[in-house]
Ligand binder design. Sequence first.
Ligand SMILES: Nc1ncnc2c1ncn2[C@@H]1O[C@H](COP(=O)(O)OP(=O)(O)OP(=O)(O)O)[C@@H](O)[C@H]1O
Ligand SMILES: O=c1[nH]cnc2c1ncn2[C@@H]1O[C@H](CO)[C@@H](O)[C@H]1O
Length: 433
Amino acid sequence: MKFPGKRKSKHYFPVNARDPLLHAQVENEQGSSWIAGIDQTLVDIEAKVDDEFVHRYGLSAGHSLVIEDDVADALYQELVDKQLITDQFAGGTIGNTLHNYSVLADDRSVLLGVMCNHVQIGSYAYRYLCNTSSRTDLNHLQGVDGAIGRCFTLIGDNGERTFAISPGLMNQLRPESIPEAVIAGASALVLTSYLIRCKPGEPMPEATMHAIHCAKKHNVPVVLTLGTKYVIADDPGFWRAFLRDHVSIVAMNEDEACELTGESDPLLACNMALDWVDLVLCTAGPNGLYMAGFTEEAFKRKTNHPLLPGAIAEFNQYEFSRAMRHQDCEQPLRIFSHIAPYMGGPERIRNTNGAGDGALAAVLHDITANNFHRSNVPNSSKHARSYLTYSSLAQVCKYANRVSYQVLNQHAPRLTRGLPEREDSLEEAYWER
Ligand SMILES: Nc1ncnc2c1ncn2[C@@H]1O[C@H](COP(=O)(O)OP(=O)(O)OP(=O)(O)O)[C@@H](O)[C@H]1O
Ligand SMILES: O=c1[nH]cnc2c1ncn2[C@@H]1O[C@H](CO)[C@@H](O)[C@H]1O
């Protein structure tokens, strides 16, 4: 495990207390921390198109819609004929998140989903496997006799992206292919609202619910990322109840947050989401990102950043506190934080595909680092209470924001490498430039 954020290694492990038992434990604990996730295995086929193209295929801008095979074939053929395809890479919102987590943490994530039993060199399944971090454990994928999904990622003139999903067999994941032990030992189970969007009879929703059942049984936080605003707009009431009943951490952008809560102000939307979940990540494009969570009233920590105005006055007052699950607080206090885009954002943004997934990967890294540290240094004062994050809310925001920048800067949702080494101290990059 590589640690997140600004701290040097001495902050993670005591450097003076040379307890041999402790050191033995550190070595044995290799591979003891991971995150698990379920995704619809699919490859992104990215192309630049105009609005007319989007309409002609019955798509709607900004949406992620499932299309029939004949439509997919015609669409693909037109992209090929007109040489509109700019990139093809492994995708899927959870696949991206797990890959990015593994790259950042240099540690294990476990992907659950389907994969072709017979993979031909050069096929989409082959590309998927080749473009996934070697730290992402693919040993628990369920074999299928047929194709994985394709996600036509159509980038319009204004940079807006529209997804057309040709599902193949991506929704054929069965409940019995969910290994309970993998979820029981995970620091988090990561899911997307897309998993519930299936044709009647497809087993994916049932597999997802089974995984949630396992996570709850073992007190593993369930993380849900909200797909697109249209998925939520279809039935906001369903998603609110889903969050309340099953989810501990929600990740969304401000549009999804608005559909979910009816609040267009991300801060108020975050605050409402805290009625249902323990921790909220809300990205807001050029306005940066917000996080909201709970901490123990008696152990709140005041920020030394300027206090921010907003719909909740001085909302960032306690952003130096570490987040806790609501159930673990005796007297829960709501805490909020906001950060503007790192360095004002990259000079040129081709599209923002995957920037939010990147931010979530950073949050997961911080949470898993906390578990890793707890299992290695259980007596540390850092674990006097059951914290969810290793770092303060403000620090997690900083890290998430930095990772989004990296994704935007490389114009692809999957990180090709971790953050630059000289930024191991994230602080330096912030203050010295
Ligand atoms: N135009 C921009 N300028 C500067 N930073 C940006 C811009 N757009 C996005 N970002 C950065 O990327 C982060 C995530 O962006 P955004 O809210 O667009 O994610 P998203 O819509 O969830 O993306 P996806 O669903 O594709 O993963 C923001 O919090 C911000 O840090
Ligand atoms: O229906 C879907 N299921 C799973 N992932 C999807 C779906 N639609 C789009 N994406 C994925 O979202 C990522 C950007 O956040 C893209 O890489 C795309 O593959």
